[in-house]
Design a protein around this ligand. Structure first.
Ligand code: GLP
Length: 253
């Protein structure tokens, strides 16, 4: 695991965008795994900017998103499909049919999960996966207790996650948040060739410390990343504040 700490989250996001951009350059038909939530927004803005400046061609890109709320149709404003279209895909030259997001309104959600796994295999696997982390250590919607060998499936959301996602940033009221989701499994995520995880702010400091320095345990899903051969964390100082070991810092202060 490589840990990179930056003086602010904007710098962390720019460095992450630079890494993604370099990888995209190395392979035109790149397969990129994407995340939702507040954390990757600056990274996405930076990629859009690079596309506008004509510096990147996304026409051969394929993407897979980590998760989706069960019961929300793609046109629902709180669905992750809606989020991704608005915050990234509407602004890139990537053909929409090359962007894969689990359909929360699928009539057979288990079959949708199996099809999603199949599509990843048919694309020859994910080259680089972008992750955020929940304050309870979840990645995608793999809550504490998720099996390390789990695959894409229907999952229950924890009360912590429902609360975190109904603080006004996304849902205004916890009663509006679906209690289940479709999520890539931890086993699926661990098969991706490279992973970058971004975390911002002191609310994530405990989860980051446990993921990086704690035991590898299913109680902290992100701790599995210690076993990934190519995983880099991009952190601002607050998110890194509970790490006890000396970390190499990218900050310019
Ligand atoms: C959600 C998503 C995760 C995301 C996490 C953190 O539960 N399913 O993929 O990483 O929340 O979200 P945020 O970046 O808004 O803090």
């Amino acid at each position: 695991m490589e840990i990179r700490v930056f003086s602010d989250f904007k710098s962390a996001s720019e460095a992450a965008a630079e890494l993604v951009s370099q990888r995209l350059q190395s392979k035109p038909n790149f397969v990129l795994g994407l995340a939702t939530g507040e954390t990757p927004l600056l990274l996405y803005r930076n990629l859009i900017e690079r596309c506008r400046r004509g510096k990147r061609d996304f026409s051969q890109l394929t993407t897979f998103n980590l998760d989706e709320y069960l019961g929300l149709a793609p046109i629902h404003p709180q669905s992750y499909r809606f989020f991704m279209n608005r915050n990234l895909f509407d602004h890139l030259d990537v053909p929409r049919e090359q962007t894969h997001i689990l359909d929360g309104s699928a009539s057979d959600p288990q079959a949708a999960c199996a099809d999603f796994e199949k599509a990843i295999v048919e694309s020859s696997g994910i080259d680089l996966q972008v992750l955020g982390v929940g304050s309870n250590g979840h990645i995608a919607f793999n809550e504490p207790g998720s099996a390390f060998d789990s695959r894409t499936r229907v999952v229950d959301l924890s009360d912590d996650t429902i609360r975190a996602n109904s603080d006004g940033r996304f849902f205004k009221d916890h009663r509006e948040v679906p209690h289940q989701a479709l999520s890539m499994g931890l086993g699926t995520i661990m098969e991706t060739r490279e992973i970058i995880l971004l975390a911002k702010g002191k609310l994530k400091a405990d989860a980051v410390q446990r993921a990086v320095e704690g035991p590898v345990t299913e109680n902290v899903p992100a701790s599995i990343l210690q076993r990934h051969p190519q995983c880099t964390f991009f952190l601002d100082e607050e998110a890194a504040s509970k790490l006890t070991k000396q970390m190499l810092s990218d900050s310019s202060h």
